[in-house]
Each structure stands twice: as structure tokens, then as C-alpha cells.
Ligand binder design. Sequence first.
Ligand SMILES: *Cc1c(COP(=O)(O)O)cnc(C)c1O
Length: 449
Amino acid sequence: MISRLDNYDWLVGRSAAIFCIVSTEKWIEADKRHGWHPFTRQAEWCAADHQPLVLVAGEGVWLEDSQGNRYIDGNSSIWTNVHGHAHPVLNAALAEQAQKVCHTSYLGFANPRASELAERLAGYFTSLQRVFFSDDGSTAMECALKMEVQYRQLVGQGEKCEIIAFDSCYHGDTMGAASLGGVDAFASRFRSFGMPVRHVSSVEQLVELDSSQLENVAALVIEPMVQGVNQIHVWPEGMLVKLREWCDAHDVHLIFDEVMTGFGRTGKMFACQHEAVEPDFLCLAKGLTGGYLPLAATLTNEKIYSAFIGSADRAFYYGHSYTANQLGCAVALANLDLFESENTLAQLAGKIQLLSELLGELAEEFVEIYDIRQCGFVAGVELRQLDGKKFPLDDRLGEHWCVKAREFGLLTRPVLDTIVVMPPLSITEDELRQLVAAMAKTMKAYFNH
Ligand SMILES: *Cc1c(COP(=O)(O)O)cnc(C)c1O
């Protein structure tokens, strides 16, 4: 016999469940009718048999879908999250700022949070003392490119406008940033509409360029330490120092795209600190707000900045409506505070080690794991056929593998057949074990072991 209370609970639970099913259907229907997802084959997405997950809540490294299933956020919600979801300190910073004001124009006005954040960011560097805010990784890059182009015009070197980028690089999707891209799927359609760019594969290839090829080169751009979109490609040690020297010797500015590597991801606050190199432009975004809001910053030095000082035509012609958004800056400040109060980087060292041990064990167990590439708390697990050949592209194995992983409580996305493992820095060792255990279960289920 059920008591009245149990009966009541049962009723509430049941109606909540029905409510969820009905809302989920509505959300999916509206999505398929009106939404348009990035980099997505919409015909497949909208097909009747495709049931997308609708994510409704998060706490720490966990995300919850509209049916109440919980998953580990294995790629930090596309490489953005740092201290976990719904962090009380970040939530409080947002709420407190929202009580005051959410947004005011940075065009014509200053605001307290942007002043504080600019000072905090500059505090991490010696030469990078100017901070230009924008909205996301692509605009941080776009801004660096436009600063570079205008700088050269201002100093009477207007013909210098070529950019050297690396093979298979990724710097975002606005037209200028996309034109730098070395991954054809993202960039080939747009390359001719953007910056003149030359790609090199390595420092060795760079130093072989002759002076006629360098005449009009303005800047060199790299994702320091590790290329994310290029299936987690880790650069050789010492490379940043060499690039800095080469750039200085050739009147070429150095742009570091730390959109992915910034804010602890590689084990240090910024990837450039591994080799104590400061670039002329540093682009930050994804982790800047701990993964809460779109906000970006392009940092530069006095040499670049001073060219913009003087007559009226020297103003930098760039900006967005939401530049230096107060909510974004407030949560970014709280994000930086947490690095100190939670000792994030010191805690991370052990987790980086544990991740590499756990992935090493995984690779021993499963022959389909061809390679593991790791830089700090970014890892890529590349899957290949038993003979070492890649799986046919059309199999889209990485994608299907990640859909399978959901059954074991893991959300992530691949780059081709490389599974990206990049959880929030706040993940506990126990949760990290759960993550890799979910990968092992997925391997077993996927490859019928
Ligand atoms: C994600 C990313 C970008 C683009 O940032 P968005 O915020 O997506 O515009 C640029 N560069 C790198 C290295 C990235 O990982």
C-alpha cells in the first residue's frame, strides 16, 4: 500500500516527467523549424529520426538534458568552461552586476568592470599593456589583423599587409580570421575574400623564405603550444622563442592566438608563459569569462599603440555594440579571482599527470587508439584502423563515436577521428576517472570488444 505522501510524490514526479517530454518535443520542433546550427548538415539535423539533446542545466562538470540524463562536459562546452557550470562565485558576480547595470556603451564612456579587467589582464604581462575588448575569439583575431593593417598604414608601410600563418591553423570564422585558416573545410571558400596569407608548416620552412617573399609580410600568427582544430597538434618545444627571434629580425609582428590555450588550459595561465615569450598581439576569448559569456580581448604593446596616437585620422577604426560589456567583464574578473582562491593551476598539475596516465592505460587496452596527443589539460585521442590507416572520411567515425559516448554519460566532440578530451579545469580526480571509464565503455561498445 502506498502512503498519501508517496502517492503525491509519484504524481508530482510523473507530471514533471510528462512536462519534460512535451517541452522537449516542442523545443526540438521549434529548433528544427527555425534554428540553424554551426558547421552542421541541417538536412541530417532536421531529419525525423534525429533526436538532438536539449541541454537545460549544469553543475560543475556535469550537464543535464531535458529528460534528466546527466553527462560529463568532456569538451568544456566547446573549449570555453574553466571552473565548472553554475559556479556560485561566478553566479554571484553576475547577479551582483546585473543589479547595477548589465551593459553600457564603451564608445564614449568608461565602465568600472572594464577598467578593472583591463588592468588585471595587463598585470599578467610586461609589454602587453593595452587591452582592446571585443566579443569572441574571431573578433579578437579580426581586431589584431585590423590593428596590424592600420598600424602599417600609419607608419608609412601600407604595402606590408601579408600574414604568415601555419598549415592547418584555425583562427576563427569572421571573414578576416577565416581567411588565415589552414583547414580547408573551414577556410578554402573564404580565403580569397580576406587577408593575403602564406602558410608554412614549421620554423624550418619559415626560415627558408627569402627576402623577396618577406617584403610585404606584416605579421606571423600562431596558436602557441598546441593547435586545437588541427586534431590537437602539439608544437615542438622552443618554437615560440625561435619565432620571436625570427620576427624581430625581419620586422614582422608576432600574433599569438590564445583563444583556446589561454586561462590555464595548457597548465600555465597563458601558453606563451611556457617559453616566457610575449607577442605583439595576444588574442583571448573562450575561457576569459570562465565559459559564461562571450567576451574577448586583444592585448598589444606600446610600440603598436603609440602609432595610433596623434592626429584625428589615427583613431583605430574598430568596435562592436557590446564592447567591454559590464556583465562579461564582471564574470571575467570573478573567473580570475577563482584562479587564485581555488588555486586552480596548482591543483591542475596533478590532474594533467593523471589524465596522461589514464589515457595511456586506455591506449594499451584498445588497439584502435593510434595516437594520444596532450598538452596540459588538452588531449586528443586519435582512432585509426588496425593497420594504422585512417578510417574512410565518409564513415565519420569520430562523430558517431561521440554520439555513442552519450550512452555512457560523456559529451564531447571530435575533430575528424580524434576525440577531444578537454574537461573543465575544475574536474575532480574521481570525475576524471569517470570520464576515461566512459571512454573505455564507448570503445568496447563501438568496436564490439
Ligand atoms: C575557438 C577558436 C577561435 C574562434 O573563437 P570564437 O569564439 O569561436 O569566435 C579562434 N582561434 C582559436 C585557436 C580557437 O580555438
